[in-house]
Design a protein. Sequence first.
Length: 326
Amino acid sequence: MMSIRSLAGACLSAFVALGAFAVPASAQNYPTRTITMIVPFAAGGPTDVVSRIVTAHMAQTLGQSIVIENVVGAGGTTATTRAARAANDGYTLITGHMGTHAASVPLYPKLAYHPEKDFEPVALLAGTPILILARKDFPPKDLKEFVVYVKANAEKVNAAHAGIGSVSHASCELLNSILGVKPVGVPFNGTGPAMNALVAGQVDYMCDQIVNAVPQINAGTIKAYAVATPERNPSLPNVPTTTEAGLPAFQAQAWNAIFAPKGTSPAIIATLNAAAIKALDDENVRKRLLDLGSVIPAPVNRTPEALATLVKNEIAKWTPVLKPAT
Ligand code: MLT
C-alpha cells in the first residue's frame, strides 16, 4: 500500500513533469494574426531584399501575413532598439545582421540593447559577401589602381554607407584602416538609396553586400573591383577576389538573420525557425537568393543555437577592428 507521503510525492512529480511539457495556449496556436518584421534600413536595400524573399515563403508556411516595416536611422540601431523593447509574443520580429547584431556593439558605447542579452536568435537567413564598388566613371580601372588612387586622394574621395554601425560602414572601416585612409563618409538610410547615388555618380565608392550589387554590376551601371571572400562568387564569375586583385588582407562577409525579443517562448522560436528552414529549402527561394550571390546556410548553421554562436563570434571579431574608429 503506498504511503500518503509517497503518493503525494508521486503526484507532485507527475504534475511537475506535465508542467514541463505544458505549452501556453498562445504558443500552441501561434501565429493567429499578422506578424510584423522590422527591417532596420530603407526598402530596396540588401536587408530588405533578403527579408522579403524569405518571409514571403514563411508567411505561406505559417498561414499568416508577415508585414515588413522599414524603420531607419543610426545604422540600424534605431530599429533594433525598438525590436528589443517589443512584446515577446512572437508578433514583432527583426531581420538583423552583422551590423545591428555585432559591429554596433564596439561603435556605440551607449547602445540601448545588447545583441546577446536582448534577443532570442531565430534563424540565419543568408551569408552576404562584401564587394568593393565604385561609380562607373571612378578613375581606377582595377583594385591595385583603386588602392593607389584612394591613398593619393584621401582628402577628396568619399564613401557611401548606411549609417554608423551598418554593414556597409563597418566593412569599409576595415578597408579604410587597411589602406590607412579616412575618406568622407556619406550616410544614407540604407544601401538601397546609397546604390542609387553610386549609380548616379554622386558618391565615389562603397563596400556593400553582394545581394545589392549583382543587378547593378550585371547592368554595367557601377564598377566592382573585388569580392572580399576567399573564392569568387558564382553569381559574379568575372569579379576577382581581393586576394587575386592584390589586397588579401581585406576579407569581409556579412549575414542576415531573424531575431525575436528576449523571452519569446521556445515553442514560438521553434515554429519560426522551422518556417525559415522550410523557406531556405524551397527551390524558388534558393534560386532568388543564389542569383543575388547569397550564401545559403548549411543545415548545421540554421539552428537558433548556431546563430547565437555566430553573434558571439562576430562581436568578438569586429570589436578589435572597429574600436579604434570610436
Ligand atoms: C547595411 O548595413 O549597410 C545595410 O545592410 C544596408 C541595407 O540593408 O540597406
